[in-house]
Design a protein around this ligand. Sequence first.
Ligand SMILES: [Fe+2]
Length: 258
Amino acid sequence: MSRARLGDDILETHALRVWRFVLNDLLTNGFVVQERDVEALAVIDPGDRAEDLIDAARSWGGDVRWILVTHLHGDHCAKVEELTRAFPGAEIAGPAGGPFRPDRPASGGECLDFGAPTIPVPAPPGHSPESVSFEIEDQLFVGDFLFRLGCGRTDGPGASTEAVFETVRQVFSSMPDDVVLWCGHGPPSTVGEERAGNPFWRIALEGEPEEAVAEVGYRGATVPVLAWADDYDGGRKALLALADGSRVIVPGSQVERR
Ligand SMILES: [Fe+2]
């Protein structure tokens, strides 16, 4: 049996089973997904706890077809090699250019065979430019593009708040409300919940507020905060409007209250 910990949980739908593992102190999520008709498995974002993910996949029959990686930050992909050693028949799909060699390099727009259904791969850049997500039936694994009612930070290399907003408009604005969004950290959400309550999505869809909600210190300057969001770890994220016209989403620890 797998060594389940507090925070691990299983969701069963008519078509899939999803086992969420909280991998580390950053509360990064890894997943074992089973297609129920033919019992095919996928492991998503094996960033840590490789033995537990392997045990879980074996306890669900062991037919791992895919090892899927949403983006190349180490907490999401550090254990890919261990998973491939345990399941040599599995193919790796994810962004190229990282610490593993994908059998199916993914940059968005691909479609993977997976038992009865297929896995479309939308590209949700923003948090990191190579990010992709995996849509299995009505379950979408979005990596750090989204944290429930918030967002992954966009102050890292190649990150882009405008790409987050464009993806919200292009990919998510027309999706059905009941699509489940599995975030890279913290609990899952749905498209409907995010459209109704995510303060960053609201700005992406409706434009900036007339007035800033606060002013904070950031990298030596005083800058307006366009929105705050609660974070999965008890902290907050701030959407800042910088003097050069760009916008950035940063953890609350990066700003000084004024
Ligand atoms: Fe990340």
